[in-house]
Design a protein around this ligand. Structure first.
Ligand code: TXE
Length: 481
């Protein structure tokens, strides 16, 4: 069986304790590789390699770093089909999605920060009347930690690593133990691109051991994390006494507010995607759909018709819309919410069942599911399910829509469907979310800030925000007579 290895100091190595974890192909429910169950000793080795590489990497020119990151971007692009296949195999997502979205975005992440670092500037201020000039340096932090989840494996892994490296830091990174494969391949790509050894170190393993060792390490000065809200809170508690810089991108329970004056067909097509893309396993998915009462009945009929027509199947078939969920425990968690919804008086309008896919009988497939809820405070409408399950509910007024949208502990993204500009502006201002989309969903410009309010996290990624996170600001004040 294939063994994935840790990438430390530019070389691949087995975990020091020789312990391994099974890695599953979710489309078949089979173990197909083994990954290191790394201990704190492996994390320490990765840290030592990153520490040794730091003085030299942080002193390279911006142009040099930019060139290396561009090369990594180019090699990812050159290997698009292999990487996309690997991502689908490891995660269960449709190959078409990995080919169109995940892997191109991983390449763009490197290219974007290769360019952005050349434009990254800081402030200067003259203290008029006090005879002083101030200028601010943006200095790299040192060794930083990047921890990423399983839903968009290479996409989110590189979204952290690229700005960290661009800003001159060296990195100890851990991908999710559920989807380690493309991160493993990234090591080889970085070596090919000429990234000096030790600048990026990739350690595989479980969250509460390997991940915890990264967060607990006293000399890893910043942690960029994407994952569940409970894990984020735990990381914050662990890191706080050491005053580490933290960027936490956590869960979402994002509202879709659909008004009667919207462009109906466009809204319907995009709402299907925002509900079920990547099997609903995107923190930005619009899992709560609120529809203006005058079009609610029509919406319900049409939406259910379209959802029922979605093809659940092997990730490798071209016409598959919904692939496999990432793991058995995750599928069981999602299924448990369908039961909870029924117990709480919700109505399953379609879906709700496991699907047997020919040739993939043990895979983790679930029908896309639409639940009509009467009370927005029910658990299925309040808790992040992170699967192919959405709730729908009518509203009558703009005020009611706003209250429903904001009535959860999360605040990641919101989508508004309307052609009324005045309403758009009022709602966009009052929605408690880090990202508001109007008449679209998931349109991302990498220069814009990305992140959530409330229990969806702390800090912002993207563009200058990411470069600011991965640097320390130092102000220098010079007095003259
Ligand atoms: O995430 P975890 P899981 C949500 C979603 C999902 C739930 C749990 O609701 O059902 O979280 O998923 C590492 N110290 N999201 O269990 O545990 C872990 O190894 C350091 C939303 O996969 O948060 C992995 O690399 N690291 C989300 C990463 O953290 C730790 C995407 C995420 O794992 C750690 C994924 C620890 N103590 C899940 N414990 C989103 N919003 O994008 C775990 N890890």
């Amino acid at each position: 069986m294939q063994k994935i290895l840790n990438y430390i100091n530019g070389a691949f190595q087995e975990p020091t304790k020789g312990e391994w974890i099974d890695n599953y192909n979710p489309s078949k429910g089979e173990v197909y590789s083994l990954i290191p169950n790394s201990s704190s000793e492996d994390v320490e080795q990765a840290y030592q390699a990153a520490k040794a590489a730091y003085p030299s990497w942080s002193n390279t020119t911006i142009e040099y770093r930019s060139e290396i990151l561009s090369k990594i971007a180019a090699i990812i692009k050159d290997n698009l089909s292999d990487l996309a296949y690997t991502e689908s195999l490891d995660n269960g997502k449709p190959l078409s999605l990995a080919t169109k979205i995940d892997i191109p975005r991983a390449s763009s992440n490197f290219q974007f920060f290769a360019n952005a670092i050349t434009q990254f500037s800081s402030e200067s201020h003259e203290s008029v009347g006090l005879n002083a000039f101030n200028f601010t340096l943006r200095q790299s932090i040192g060794v930083v930690g990047c921890i990423s989840p399983w839903n968009l494996p290479l996409y989110l892994f590189t979204w952290k690593i690229a700005p960290a490296l661009a800003a001159g830091n060296t990195v100890v990174a851990k991908p999710s133990e559920v989807t380690p494969m493309t991160a493993y391949l990234l090591g080889e790509i970085c070596t090919k691109a000429g990234l000096p050894k030790g600048v990026l170190n990739i350690v595989h393993g479980l969250g509460h051991t390997t991940g915890q060792a990264i967060v607990e390490h006293p000399n890893i000065k910043a942690i960029s994390f994407t994952g569940g809200t409970a894990t984020g809170a735990h990381i914050a508690r662990t890191a706080a006494p050491m005053f580490k810089k933290l960027s936490l991108e956590l869960g979402g329970k994002n509202p879709n507010l659909i008004f009667a004056d919207c462009e109906y067909d466009k809204m319907m097509a995009v709402t299907l995607k925002s509900s079920f893309a990547n099997q609903g396993q995107i923190c930005l998915c619009g899992s709560r759909i609120f529809v203006e009462k005058s079009i609610y009945k029509q919406f319900k009929t049409d939406f259910v018709k379209h959802v029922t027509a979605l093809k659940v199947g092997s990730p490798f078939e071209g016409d598959t819309n919904v692939g496999a969920l990432v793991s058995k425990p995750h599928m069981e968690k999602v299924q448990s919410y369908i039961k909870i919804a029924e117990d709480e008086g919700g109505t399953v309008l379609c879906g709700g069942n496991q699907v047997q896919v020919d040739g993939h009988e043990n895979g983790y497939y679930l029908e896309p599911t639409v639940i009509e809820v009467a009370d927005d405070k029910c658990r299925v409408n309040q808790e992040e399910i992170f699967g192919p399950v959405v709730t729908i509910m009518p509203f009558e007024t703009e005020e009611e829509a706003l209250a429903l949208a904001n009535g959860v502990r999360y605040g990641l993204s919101s989508t508004i469907w309307t052609n009324n500009l005045n309403r758009t502006m009022k709602l966009a201002k009052q929605l408690e979310a880090g990202i508001v989309w109007v008449n679209t969903w998931l349109l991302r410009d990498l220069r814009t800030p990305f992140g959530g309010m409330k229990d969806s996290g702390v800090g912002r990624e993207g563009g200058l925000e990411a470069l600011r996170f991965f640097t320390e600001a130092k102000n220098i004040c010079i007095k003259f007579d």
